[in-house]
Ligand binder design. Structure first.
Ligand code: SF4
Length: 389
C-alpha cells in the first residue's frame, strides 16, 4: 500500500504548530504555486518567533578590498584574474577613509570581502585588521567569507583553526556567510573552479562557531540547482545549526545573471524569491532571524519579504559593488528603509550584526549616496560585477 501524501494545507498547519519540516515536503512546497498559503504560514512562524512590535535593520558599508581572484565563478561579474589590468587592491588610506565616512553617518560595522588574492599573506590581513581596530575600535569588522578563509589557509599553509584564531585576535569580529551559493558539490563544481566545496565551506562555519563566533547563513539560488538541491542546501545549514547554534540569521537572494558567464539563465522573479524565502523560514526552524534581500529585489519586494518570513530588512548598504556589477542596482535611503518597515505596522529598530538593538535609534543620520565620480577621483577603480566568495 502506498503511503498517502499529506495535503499542503494540513502540512502547513503542522509546520506552523511546530513540527519539523521534512526535506521531501519542503520540495513539495517549492513545487507548489500556492504562494499565499506558504507566505501566511511563514509569517505566522515569524510572528511567533518575533512577537515584538518592531522589525530591524542595520547600517554598514560593504568594502571590497580587492577584486583580484584566483577562482573562476561563472556567476560572478566582480572578479578580475591576477593578471588583469582592472585588478585592484584598495589603498589602505582609502579603505580607512571609507570606514571614517561610515562612522560619521552612524555606521558601526563594515562588511569587508574580496576575491581570492594569490599573494596577500595572512600577516597582511592581520595587519589590515589591526590598522582598522586601532583607528576604529568601536567598529565591528564583519569580514572574510568561508571561501576567503579557506583560501588563506592554502596561501599561508596554516591550519584553519590557527587562521581563524589569528584573525580574531587581530580584530575580526564576525564572519559573513557568503560564497555558499548552493551547498551541493554537483552545483558548485559545475559553476566554479578553484573555490571551496561544501564540506570545507561548512567546516569554516563549524570552527568559527566553536571559537564562539557568530555568522550568517546564505543561499544564492535560481541558477542551475534543482529544487531538491535548494532544500539540500537548507538541510546542511539546519544540521550545522543543530550542532553548533552559531548562525544568527539566514538570507537568500536570487542569482543576478547580467554581465556574467551565465547571462543566458533567466533571472528568478519575485514569486520564486518570496516562496523560497518563506519555505526557508519554515525549514530553518532553528535560525532565529531571516533577512530580506532588498538589495537584489528592490524596495517593494524587499518590504513584502517582511510578510513572507523575514523579520529583518538587512543592511542599509553604504556601498555595494558586487550586485551592482551584475547590473542590479537598488538604493534605499535610511528614511525609505524605515518607512518600508513602518508601512507594515512595525516600528523600525536599528540593530548591530549580533542583533543587539541600539538605544539611540534615531541618532543615525541619512547617509550620502555613493558618488562614483568621487570614488574615481580618489583613485578607486570601481569594479564592474554577483556573489562574492
Ligand atoms: S564569487 Fe568570489 S571566488 Fe568566485 S570569482 Fe567572484 S570573487 Fe572569486
Amino acid at each position: 500500500m502506498t503511503a498517502s501524501i499529506q495535503p499542503i494545507p494540513s502540512l502547513l498547519e503542522d509546520v506552523v504548530a511546530g513540527r519539523r519540516l521534512a526535506a521531501a515536503d519542503a520540495v513539495r512546497l517549492l513545487e507548489s504555486r500556492d504562494l499565499a498559503a506558504i507566505g501566511r504560514a511563514a509569517d505566522t512562524v515569524t510572528r511567533r518567533l518575533h512577537p515584538e512590535p518592531f522589525r530591524t535593520y542595520n547600517i554598514d558599508r560593504n568594502i571590497n578590498y580587492t577584486n583580484v581572484c584566483t577562482a573562476v565563478c561563472d556567476f560572478c561579474a566582480f572578479y578580475r584574474g591576477p593578471k588583469s589590468p582592472e585588478g585592484y587592491v584598495l589603498d589602505r588610506g582609502v579603505l580607512l577613509e571609507k570606514i571614517a565616512e561610515t562612522v560619521a553617518v552612524g555606521g558601526d560595522q563594515i562588511l569587508m570581502q574580496g576575491g581570492l588574492h594569490p599573494t596577500l599573506t595572512l600577516e597582511w590581513y592581520e595587519e589590515l585588521l589591526r590598522d582598522i581596530k586601532e583607528r576604529f575600535p568601536e567598529v565591528n569588522i564583519h569580514g572574510f567569507s568561508p571561501p576567503e578563509i579557506h583560501h588563506f589557509t592554502k596561501v599561508s599553509k596554516r591550519p584553519l583553526r590557527e587562521v581563524l584564531e589569528r584573525l580574531a585576535r587581530a580584530g575580526l569580529g564576525s564572519l559573513p556567510g557568503g560564497g555558499g551559493e548552493i551547498l551541493v558539490d554537483r552545483v558548485r563544481l559545475a559553476m566554479t573552479r578553484g573555490k571551496v566545496l561544501t564540506d570545507d565551506w561548512l567546516e569554516v562555519h563549524r570552527q568559527w562557531h566553536e571559537l564562539g563566533g557568530r555568522k550568517h547563513g546564505t543561499m544564492m539560488f535560481g541558477h542551475i540547482e534543482t529544487l531538491a538541491e535548494r532544500i539540500e542546501h537548507l538541510e546542511r545549514l539546519r544540521l550545522l545549526q543543530d550542532e553548533t547554534g552559531g548562525f544568527t540569521a539566514f538570507i537568500c537572494w536570487t542569482f543576478q545573471p547580467e554581465n556574467t558567464e551565465m547571462a543566458e539563465i533567466p533571472p528568478a522573479g519575485p514569486f520564486e524569491y518570496l516562496k523560497t524565502q518563506a519555505v526557508a523560514r519554515l525549514y530553518l526552524d532553528n535560525f532565529p532571524n531571516i533577512q530580506s534581500s532588498w538589495v537584489t529585489q528592490g524596495r517593494e519586494i524587499g518590504q513584502l519579504a517582511l510578510l513572507f518570513g523575514a523579520n529583518d530588512m538587512g543592511s542599509l548598504m553604504l556601498e555595494e559593488n558586487v550586485v551592482s556589477a551584475a547590473g542590479t542596482v537598488h538604493h534605499l535611503t535610511l528614511e525609505q528603509m524605515r518607512s518600508a518597515i513602518r508601512e507594515l505596522g512595525y516600528v523600525p529598530r536599528r540593530r548591530n550584526v549580533f542583533y543587539e538593538l541600539f538605544e539611540d535609534d534615531d541618532q543615525a543620520v541619512e547617509p550620502a549616496a555613493a558618488d562614483p565620480a568621487r570614488e574615481k577621483a580618489r583613485g578607486v577603480k570601481l569594479p564592474v560585477a554577483s556573489s562574492l566568495p
